[in-house]
Design a binder for this molecule. Structure first.
Ligand code: COA
Length: 324
């Protein structure tokens, strides 16, 4: 049976560090508040360049780690809600930069769950033999859309890029994958796009600012239940038990959300890989960044059952279980 597996991982983390202490000089907050509510100590912010530059670096990193040549890539999917421009897509810019001349390339947006949505698409193409090698890049420059005067949100987010090569496997790879959206709950986490701006509009709209706005408590409630539900679903679909999970790579939004899921599932906290203290919430990039670090540190071994799970704007959620 053909399965889709992850042949290699990669990342790019911008070097500029912003600590909780730095933020406490900009808004009314403190290291104690941020650490106790979220677990985040610092985040990285992109100072020069754009999403495609970080995405290109992460893609080059994957090419080196997966032993796949750029010309052998059939498809490039970039997950982002902060692309360089509306068109060309971030994926087409990455394609040009890495010389993946045989690929079709496009962007998707499922906010923080975007990496899992991209993986779901990639799995379908691999299993139906329409593609052999698919590059997924998940990249965010959230610093562009964060209101740096709003303490409710600016302490939570960071910039970064993670990437994977998805290729054909036989005895390992994705055993089950699940994505789900709750459009009716979308108002609890928003960022407006451009408004109408043409000479025929009678009442000119206010100058719309693209800032993240969030009902933190509502999103927290959703995240905890969605994470548990998504993990239970993929484990059941793979005909496994929760105790069969070797490692969980969760979306890195908040330590307390992960702790809640751990208790609810009866799965020890040491099964969850956590790096949010150093990068904050990098939206869809957080899972592939954490996956790359977990693999590099030897926290994931061959034969492990690895769960990836995420949730975010939309609202959306998703999970997968992969035999490594
Ligand atoms: N520093 C200090 N105080 C802050 C603050 C900050 N950075 N941000 C908010 N506050 C204040 C609020 O103004 C509020 O004050 P008030 O009670 O006087 O109105 C108070 O802290 C709220 O505190 P609390 O109820 O303890 O917050 P919380 O436990 O709900 O934690 C979040 C807030 C945002 C950390 C939490 O709701 C959360 O993590 N939600 C999920 C967010 C998320 O992960 N989003 C992305 C999903 S992909």
């Amino acid at each position: 049976m053909i399965r889709a597996g992850i042949k290699g991982t990669g990342l790019y983390i911008p070097p500029f560090v912003v600590t909780n202490e730095d933020l406490s000089k900009m808004v009314d907050t403190s290291d104690e508040w941020i650490t106790s509510r979220t677990g985040i100590k610092e985040r990285r912010i992109l100072i020069e360049g754009d999403a495609s530059d970080m995405g290109t670096e992460a893609a080059l990193n994957v090419l080196r780690n997966s032993n796949v040549k750029a010309e052998e890539i059939d498809m490039i999917i970039v997950s982002t809600l902060t692309p360089d421009m509306f068109t060309p897509s971030c994926a087409c810019i990455v394609q040009k930069n890495i010389g993946a001349v045989n690929a079709s390339a496009f962007d998707i947006n499922a906010a923080c769950s975007g990496f899992l949505y991209a993986l779901n698409i990639a799995e379908s193409f691999i299993k139906s033999k329409k593609a052999k090698n698919i590059l997924i890049v998940a990249v965010e420059v959230l610093s562009k859309i964060v209101n740096w005067e709003d303490r409710n949100t600016c302490v939570l987010f960071g910039d970064g890029a993670g990437a994977v090569m998805v290729s054909e496997e036989s005895n390992k790879g994705i055993m089950s994958i699940y994505t789900k959206s709750y459009g009716d709950k979308g108002d609890s986490l928003t960022c407006k796009a451009l408004g109408l701006n043409n000479p025929f509009v009678r009442h000119k709209q206010e100058n719309i600012k693209s800032f993240v706005s969030m009902d933190g408590k509502e999103v927290f409630r959703f995240a905890t239940s969605a994470m548990v539900e998504a993990i239970e679903k993929v484990v059941q679909d793979a005909e496994l038990n929760i105790s069969d999970i070797s490692k969980v790579i969760p979306h890195q939004a908040n330590y307390r959300i992960i702790e809640y899921a751990s208790k609810k599932l009866g799965l020890d906290m040491d099964k969850f890989y956590i790096n949010l203290y150093k990068y904050g919430n990098t939206s869809c990039a957080s899972i592939p960044i954490a996956l790359h670090e977990a693999v590099s540190e030897g926290a994931i071994k061959e034969g492990d059952n690895v769960v990836l799970v995420g949730f975010g704007g939309g609202l959306t959620c998703g999970a997968t279980i992969i035999r490594w």
